[in-house]
Design a protein around this ligand. Sequence first.
Ligand code: SAM
Ligand code: SF4
Ligand code: F3S
Length: 514
Amino acid sequence: MNQTTAGSEKRGSYFIKTFGCQMNVADSERMAALLSESGYTPTETADDASVIILNGCTVREKAVHKAVSTLGTYQDFNKNGKKPIIGIGGCVGQLEKQTLFKRAPYLDFVFGTDAIDNLPEIVNRIENGEKHVVYAEFDRTMNYSTETKVVGARAQAFVNIMKGCDKFCTYCIVPFTRGREKSRTIDEVVDDIAGLVAKGVREVTLLGQNVNSFGKGNPNTKGREPLELHNVIGKVGPRAGEENFPQLLRAIDSDPRCEKLRLIRFTSSHPLDFSDELIECYAPHEQGGVKRLAAHLHLPVQSGSNRVLTKMGRHHQIEAYIAQMDRLRRLNPDVGISTDLIVGFPTETDEEFEETIRLLDRVQYDNIFAFAYSPRPGTRAAKLPDDVPAKVKNARLNRLLKHQLKISEPLYAARVGKTMEVLVESESKSDRLKIEKGATVGRVWMGRTQCNRVVNFYDDSPRNFTGRFVSVKITGSTALSLEGELVIDPGMAEALKRSNPGATPGWVKSEVVS
Ligand code: SAM
Ligand code: SF4
Ligand code: F3S
């Protein structure tokens, strides 16, 4: 009989399939770390695993279908005459709970977004003969404390700083799958990041549904600045006397234990909490900015029409959003900005859609993530008639994406000739640069600049660049990526001679289902 084991005793193998946003990706990394600590080993394919976990998303209807149909592909798996343990978690588990057993009776357990740390215990219960275990209650305590877990050496880590969402945009299921907002304390997050830096992490992405409302409810006992937040919209998350997001950025940046940290990223944020004080963090360091803050901002806007924004319950108007973007660009013109957009929200007219197109022209985004509206049961918008036909939604989506390509192309082309620092994520999926050179050896690598642009480059050696920061001279561009040549300066040549560990950057590939 299996018992829960601490540490290194070898048990079965596990496979985790992830759908959805970076929150789910980070949760999957935590699940992997917890199962590894309990003696399980990771496998590359589901049919080789004794424990299969699907971490699912519910943000659009298609995402739920994808999770359930993927689950179906696991039902006849049989490893050495034994059925694997199959569980489903994430926002799908949180929302659907036991109803999933009706759709997939072969499923062994369902767990929610607050039950990740219970995963080894749940698997153990199934191994000991329990059936159809559900663990999907929200943690109702107000404090939120956790420590980031990473497996192996890596250069990049996701750090959860807050969880939940209190915004309740009318179309969105996330407040129902992630619960109420809770933030870790600044001291706890800084200690956590210092620990990661000591283990070799050089880039952190601070995670939460609304990272810029971080701190709500945490007393600012150390009197950290800024004491209060302001913005052009006039209303921001944490109150005076509470901790806030700019304080957190500055606390990480100034902690001597984080000296070796190169970049701080964050996602996702909301225009309502995008304060003047946060914009000031993007200023050059000499003018009071946060030195390590990446020159990138993902600030979802959802629509270019004020009437649609009001129906979406976004509580911001387009003029104020544009004023925020203008202010940011005046302080730092190099910041790459991306956004999320929904087309075909109930009652959206052709003219209102045109307002979204005009917004793209006005803001000049580097990149957009656009989605056709999908009604989610239980949300306020689901009570409205879904009156934009699917054909119209798809036509608007295609037009929006094509329009963005026209904007991105010259923005990317303007980078040609510059030398940029890139953190290498992995080998590139495309061998084009190698083929064009007629090379038979070496590999094409893919990484990201500080402003989050994808860069591909070719290297003719067997060296592994995964997890390394390298300099790349940009020689070409498309509307979606840059390409260039590796710049090997004397310092780097020396470092490459000394070691080539190929540390993993830490990205767990996630599938976005739109
Ligand atoms: N908290 C972030 C925010 O406010 O932008 C992320 C929310 S959600 C995980 C990511 C994106 O999915 C949203 O920004 C929105 O564009 C899109 N989305 C959410 N609900 C949707 C729905 N019902 N239909 C289509 N897209 C949706
Ligand atoms: Fe959803 Fe709005 Fe919360 Fe973002 S802010 S997670 S879109 S409810
Ligand atoms: Fe993310 Fe999907 Fe949940 S987008 S928060 S995994 S519903």
